[in-house]
Write a protein that binds this ligand. Sequence first.
Ligand SMILES: [Fe+2]
Ligand SMILES: [Fe+2]
Length: 271
Amino acid sequence: MRILFLGDVVGRSGRDAVVAALPGLRAHLRTDVVVVNGENASHGFGLGPDMATALLEAGADVITLGNHSWDRRELIPYIAQQPRVIRPLNYPPGTPGAGSHLVVLADGRRALVLNAMGRLFMDPMDCPFRGTAELLARYKLGASVQAIIADFHAEATSETMAYGHSFDGAVSLVVGTHTHVPTADHAILPGGTAYQSDAGMCGDYDSVIGMGKQGAATRFWHKMPGERLAPADGPATVCGLFVVTDDRTGLATAVEPLRQGGRLSQAMPAI
Ligand SMILES: [Fe+2]
Ligand SMILES: [Fe+2]
């Protein structure tokens, strides 16, 4: 299966770039499944229902979220109606929406997409490790599903690495989100799971993790709120990871980063 994962979409710059790029990327990379993290699409905070719809129509199969899941409250009723938008599975029981979604391709192949959130330097949550293990007990990679894609939304790379190794061989891909900075450790782990500590954001990198430089810097200099934080509005880099898996095993055979547009060095998968 050919899988494209795009990291946190930040603000209008990120949204516009992803919506414009997705149809071309789907065709060029001949993707089967596209997953996009949308937690910062709405001015850096949350995801508006109209924005979710635009990302899905542009070619995202599933949208994942994170600690900003509910910043746009309109998403709460929307997520109950739209199973292709998922939130971390380790919110307390009874939270609206689901923590995973099963994508069924036109040819019958199935890909499970799940979203979990770390706990180190993050809001208190149920255990993402046990929550993921409980979910995975219901699926068999290479049998009931041909691919399993896990978006682990976390601050600390140590927690993401521990999560990746914990599920090495049990899922096709573990990719981190939330830090908004792409890491250069994309690789196939010993058990066959593709891994990257963070996919990086889809946003303007002439910024502080997507937000305007001045306002963000002021907070560090003076330790008091300055001007309201707003997303940087320069050209975005569409940033993510491309993975190819073997349908018989569900494990990765290739993993390459993707960086298109904006200020970052460019990288287009050639597989
Ligand atoms: Fe984010
Ligand atoms: Fe986040």
